[in-house]
Design a protein around this ligand. Structure first.
Ligand SMILES: [Zn+2]
Ligand SMILES: [Zn+2]
Length: 179
């Protein structure tokens, strides 16, 4: 039908499937290697004591293996996420890897730039909450024709100014949803 229908710009990056494809293969392989290495460390290398209980040893190995493997996956995710947000990749990878105990990752998630999506009309990079493309005026999301605040596609009146949204000359692709 329309561009809006074939490519829901605002949802395409929010799906779980899409998030999973953000984890590169190298980090999955590395995470498995890290997990196996921790099992080897706890059961093969570290000295066994008689008084130590086997379930405790199993649990400890499993816990640290999972923790570090998860962190490797997280670093893999960030390595892709940092690029699609047009942030300095090398700097952020350094921060995430070097800062201890996952603090680097926390800092990253606090400071990361909003996600950019290409304008379906002209391809300009837009923040995800953009209502209009600043380059070509393509309407990305429904907005009130009077106060220009964002509105829900199902709204009849603007929740900011009470304007009757039916009076607006909405683009055809947005009208499909409201009818
Ligand atoms: Zn545009
Ligand atoms: Zn309004």
């Amino acid at each position: 039908m329309t561009k809006w229908n074939s490519k829901p710009v605002n949802e395409q990056t929010a799906t779980g499937e899409d998030q999973l494809s953000m984890i590169p293969a190298w980090s999955v392989v590395l995470a498995i290697a890290v997990f196996v290495a921790f099992q080897y460390l706890f059961h093969g290398i570290m000295p066994h004591h008689r008084h130590e209980l086997l379930p405790m040893r199993l649990l400890t190995g499993y816990f640290w293996g999972t923790t570090f493997a998860s962190y490797v996956l997280l670093i893999g995710y960030i390595s892709r996420d940092v690029k699609r947000r047009r942030m300095p990749a090398a700097l952020w990878m350094l921060v995430v890897v070097v800062m201890p105990g996952g603090i680097g990752a926390v800092v990253y998630f606090l400071l990361r730039q909003p996600l950019l999506t290409p304008c379906p009309n002209c391809g300009a990079e837009l923040a995800q909450d953009a209502h209009f493309c600043p380059q070509c005026q393509f309407q990305m999301a429904p907005a009130c024709g009077k106060c220009f605040h964002g509105v829900q596609i199902t709204d009849v009146y603007c929740r900011h100014c009470g304007h009757d949204l039916a009076e607006d000359q909405a683009p055809a692709r947005l009208r499909v949803y409201s009818d």
